[in-house]
Design a protein around this ligand. Structure first.
Ligand SMILES: [Zn+2]
Length: 240
């Protein structure tokens, strides 16, 4: 558990116990979706890392990153999210060192409709805002890729994500919409995953060894068999 709370010490040590309790409670609740081996049609649940959102470092203490979403051609968060991000519930992003790939782990999703993808993102955002007693500031992932291969902006990259327990610091989260235990990755998605990862790796100088899937961090089925297999192929062929 020490790694869970490793950031509390630089934020507010007095919050450690509360954060630990919250994390234990949250862990018990996170038995569905992208954080577990259980295959389910319920909502995804990347895991809050136990930080106390109300005790952020002052902005002057961290390095601000430009938000490259527009550079990557991502569809803006504003075009799908029906509410603003909540800065007091998020930490500033640190310079990226890792990129992590997920699936959303809900039902299989093959629609290429833009509207369907927007609606699914909003469903995920709302479920994330309810997590941990309502202390999340936004959807947990920074980017999303839909079945048509479109790239969507999630949580702006100026903010730390919430997608891998205790490993969110400096970690860019990319989710592929759908359940890749139950469905296959299509060509458009493969191309989008490859180009998105490549762009982020170049922009932030992240080596291929630090481009991981969720199950390479923790015991989880995420991102599903099909996407995991695809990712192994992409890393071996296209990202080196
Ligand atoms: Zn995941």
């Amino acid at each position: 558990m020490s790694s869970t709370n490793n950031q509390n010490s630089i934020i507010d040590p007095s919050k450690g116990d509360a954060a630990r309790r919250t994390f234990l409670l949250a862990s018990a609740m996170f038995l569905v979706g992208c954080g577990t081996k259980k295959i389910t049609s319920t909502l995804p649940s990347p895991i809050w890392n136990g930080q106390e959102p109300s005790t952020l470092d002052p902005p002057s203490a961290v390095v601000m990153l430009p938000d490259p979403s527009s550079m990557l051609g991502a569809i803006s968060r504003g075009s799908w999210a029906k509410g603003p991000a909540i800065p007091r519930n998020m930490n500033r992003m640190l310079p990226a060192r890792y990129i992590t790939l997920h699936h959303d782990g809900m039902t299989a999703f093959t629609s290429t409709s833009k509207l369907s993808a927007a609606s699914r993102l909003e469903t995920i955002r709302k479920s994330h805002l309810r997590r941990d007693g309502g202390r999340w500031g936004d959807i947990g992932y920074h980017f999303a890729i839909d079945p048509a291969g479109r790239l969507w902006q999630g949580r702006p990259l100026t903010w730390q994500g919430a997608h891998v327990r205790a490993k969110n610091e400096a970690n860019i989260g990319v989710v592929v919409l759908g359940n890749y235990e139950q469905q296959s990755v299509n060509r458009a998605q493969l191309r989008a995953v490859t180009s998105t990862l490549r762009s982020l790796m170049e922009k932030y100088e992240v080596p291929v060894s630090k481009v991981r899937t969720h199950q390479e961090w923790a015991a989880t089925a995420c991102p599903g068999k099909s996407l995991q297999q695809a990712m192994v192929g992409i890393r071996g062929r296209s990202l080196i």
